[in-house]
Design a protein around this ligand. Structure first.
Ligand code: 5AD
Ligand code: SF4
Length: 506
């Protein structure tokens, strides 16, 4: 069997400053060979299309995890479209199956293996029909555990990390063409290269909300987290490339732009005049594009909040008054053990400043419950923070030991039963706040950008500026022409997870 492996060498050790773990082990990243310098980023190239006829093929992509993975999956489809692949919603008869995976919490790998088990049946059946199937594992599990996957599953043809999807045409050529490789593992990490392949025209987004990855990777090394090892170092795309992509998306029907990045507010790409820019400045520039009605950005780190970003929240009407700003814990001792590089007072100062600049700012956060050593008092500090900030939504997770991260080998791991109890307590409190917040909208008029039809006949769903899912009943034949429009809605009901209302007719 021919196996092509495109990975950086990975001797195993514990993490040291300046070192970065890549899958099985650690890879030394020196400032000189780092692909991260923003000034190295190239101007966007267009995907070329072949003049020879290409047989139509079916592509199935299953995506787990964050919005960045959703974005990457869309880009994989873009890269494969010129090769004749169009997306289908079921794997049964797909010529190419990609599992785009997430590694942030445990069991992710097991989910991938059970999905691969199901896919083997399709592959075998298709073989009996004389059809071949390419099976690929992509994303963060592929990056971290590529070798384990190929060892355990012999029907996987391609394993590639989050930074390698732009090489899909070459990888397919190597698999099916003269090189005759049976399998390819590509966990190289040249972050900027994947952003250089922009499609000539954007396909219309399935909703008026379009996601644009502006930043990728993480240099923060929180002690619980695998992202710095799977997504690589922080990289910021240049302003020009981002504005071009947004103009194309708006031309294809997007109305709301959600900027994505693991540390999106740490974005520091090259500005239009060659200077190093920041996210606040970028938002002012995006707001000038005709047709951009709403702007959001996620996920942010408290350490990366900066003055121009606060100012943008005050000055840019399209920037929505909602921010997802993960804090993880309200305890200073735990924040320190997590290597978050800020304390609870700094977080409170950020929230106060945001609300000074934008008084109606709503906040959401991520919390990790049961980080090693978390005492009752530490948890009480988290609850006190929740009481003070009154988050309008929050994602909360039980701490999950991730192999290779510093926290995984800490003693004083917390018992599952304690984690369960604390998680329930925290979620109950957030739910109460969410309910109170939504209820406070009853009787108010809220502009809602309609995204899609709801589950009930005649129901249409959109979002308020504060990210609340809002449902309105209208005559069913009007739904299609309402999608993509922002309309005033009078809120008649505020519930835990949504608002209900009526269109305001003038
Ligand atoms: N255990 C539990 N939650 C985690 N997260 C990241 N790593 C872990 C882990 N090891 C959560 C954090 C992060 C979110 C994306 O996932 O809250 O903000
Ligand atoms: Fe993970 Fe921390 Fe980086 Fe967020 S900031 S991606 S939690 S290491």
């Amino acid at each position: 069997m021919t196996l092509i492996q495109i990975t950086q060498p990975a001797p195993v050790a514990t993490e040291q400053p300046g070192e970065r773990q890549n899958g099985a082990g650690l890879v030394q990243i020196s400032p000189l060979d780092s692909p991260r310098s923003n000034s190295e980023a190239l101007a966007p190239k267009k995907l070329c299309s072949s003049s020879t006829a290409i047989a139509p093929k079916k592509l199935y992509i299953k995506t787990w995890g964050c919005q960045m993975n959703v974005y990457d999956s869309k880009r994989m489809a873009d890269v494969l479209r010129p090769l004749g692949y169009s997306e289908v919603s079921e794997p049964d008869d797909a010529d190419f199956v990609i599992l785009n995976t997430c590694h942030i919490r445990e069991k992710a790998t097991e989910k991938v293996f059970s999905e691969l088990g199901r896919l083997k049946k399709h592959k075998t059946r298709r073989e009996t029909e004389g059809k071949s199937t390419i099976t690929a594992v992509a994303g963060c599990v592929a990056q971290a555990e590529g070798d384990v996957i190929t060892e355990r599953v012999n029907h996987v043809d391609l394993v590639f990390g989050p930074q390698a999807y732009h090489t899909l045409p070459e990888m397919i050529a190597q698999l099916t063409g003269a090189y005759g490789a049976n399998r390819i593992i590509n966990t190289d990490m040249p972050t900027e290269a994947k952003f250089d392949l922009l499609p000539e025209e954007e396909t219309a987004p399935s909703t008026p909300v379009a996601f644009v990855a502006v930043q990728e990777g993480c240099d923060k090394f929180c002690t619980f987290c695998v992202v710095p090892y799977t997504r690589g170092a922080e990289f910021s795309r240049p302003t020009k490339q981002i504005l071009t992509e947004i103009r194309n998306l708006v031309a294809a029907g997007a109305r709301e732009i959600q900027l994505l990045g693991q540390n999106v507010n740490g974005w520091h790409g090259i500005g239009l005049n060659g200077e190093t820019s920041n996210l606040g400045r970028l938002i002012y520039q995006i707001a000038e594009i005709d047709g951009v009605e709403r702007i959001r950005y996620t996920t942010s780190h408290p350490r990366d909040m900066h003055d121009e970003l606060y100012a943008a929240h005050r000055d840019v009407p399209q920037l929505m008054p909602f921010l997802h700003l993960p804090v993880q814990s309200g305890s200073n001792a735990i924040l320190k053990a997590m290597n978050r590089k800020h304390d609870r007072d700094e977080y409170f100062r950020i929230i106060d400043k945001l609300r000074d600049y934008r008084p109606d700012m709503a906040l959401s956060s991520d919390f990790i419950i049961g980080f090693p050593g978390e005492t009752d008092q530490d948890f009480a500090d988290t609850m006190e923070m929740i009481e003070r900030v009154k988050f309008t939504s929050a994602y909360s997770f039980k701490y999950s030991q991730r192999p290779g991260t510093p926290a995984a080998i800490l003693t004083h791991q917390i018992h599952e039963s304690i984690k369960d109890l604390r998680l329930q307590t925290l979620q109950n409190q957030v739910t109460t706040h969410q309910q109170e917040f939504n209820k406070s909208f009853e009787g108010k008029i809220v502009p809602v950008l309609f995204e899609r039809s709801g589950n009930k006949p005649g129901q249409i769903m959109g979002r308020s500026p504060h990210m609340q899912s809002t449902y309105v009943l209208i005559p069913p034949h009007q739904i299609d022409r309402m999608i993509g429009k922002t309309m005033d809605v009078c809120i008649t009901g505020g519930y835990q997870g949504s608002l209900a209302g009526d269109l305001v007719t003038t």
